[in-house]
Design a protein around this ligand. Structure first.
Ligand code: NAP
Length: 213
């Protein structure tokens, strides 16, 4: 299974399902992530956006991060009121480092030509993607949607990827800042949904414990 909500819609659809993929650590998910997904959904006429929490993130090797099950539950909590968002376990249930090419291959293996894949990311990351594992193959499987949050656009570097740039309102929210506020006993209200904060508090997440990048 790729997505409890989308699998049947994709496989029984009469035209390719336009599926946005938003991967990340989501420790915790916040309104910046939700806004990014919603704007990609609306601006590119997507049929749905799949949040994919990483198992072992490539860029954060050796740093402390919350259990995948907790990050997954936080995402379910934050997205449950949306009909066009879902959360996938494919990376967290896979052993080892979470490379995007492995994830996209796994999705393609199930959905085949029934889905068109759109990889949603911040505009800055689009330059970096050319260095990712099997970038050429990945570029043949996805269209990249690069969100610009008002930052000056950098000179375009050669890349195998097809990148569609789009604009979203800049929300200066980061998971790291939320963790720091909670660890210091402060408030993170209005930075992330109340239900995310309630679950975090119940589970004792983000109390002072250090170790985050
Ligand atoms: P992340 O830090 O958890 O962020 C997830 C996404 O949310 C990113 O696109 C990030 O864009 C965006 N975001 C964060 N705060 C935001 C805000 N306030 N407003 C709008 N957007 C916001 O995840 P990540 O480490 O960047 O990784 C993203 C994906 O790339 C993951 O699926 C990861 O596995 C994949 N990746 C793959 C490889 C590889 O295959 N070799 C290497 C690196 C990453 P910004 O980063 O621009 O903030």
């Amino acid at each position: 299974m790729i997505s409890p909500k989308f699998d049947a819609l994709v496989l029984r659809g009469i035209r390719p399902f336009r599926l946005g993929l938003l991967g990340g650590t989501f420790d915790p998910v916040h309104y910046g992530h939700l806004l990014l997904a919603e704007q990609a959904y609306e601006q590119f006429d997507l049929d749905g956006v799949l949040f994919i929490p990483t198992g072992q993130p490539v860029r954060k090797l050796g740093t402390g991060f919350s259990q995948a099950e907790d990050r997954y539950t936080l995402l379910l909590t934050a997205t449950e009121d949306s009909t066009h968002f879902d959360v996938s376990r494919i990376e967290m249930d896979r052993e080892g480092v979470s490379y995007s090419i492995d994830t996209v291959r796994a999705i393609k293996a199930v959905y085949g030509e029934q889905a068109s894949l759109f990889f949603i990311t911040g505009a800055d990351a689009t330059d970096d993607m050319a260095t990712w594992k099997d970038a050429q193959e990945l570029a043949g499987l996805v269209t990249v949607l690069g969100a610009n949050r008002g930052e000056a656009s950098s000179a375009l570097k050669p890349s195998p990827f097809t990148v569609c740039h789009f604009h979203i309102p800049a929300l200066a929210i980061s998971s790291q800042d939320i963790r720091a506020r909670l660890a210091g006993g402060g408030s993170a209200r209005y930075l992330t949904p109340d239900a995310v904060l309630a679950y975090s508090q119940r589970q004792g997440l983000y109390r002072s414990r250090g170790g985050h990048a």
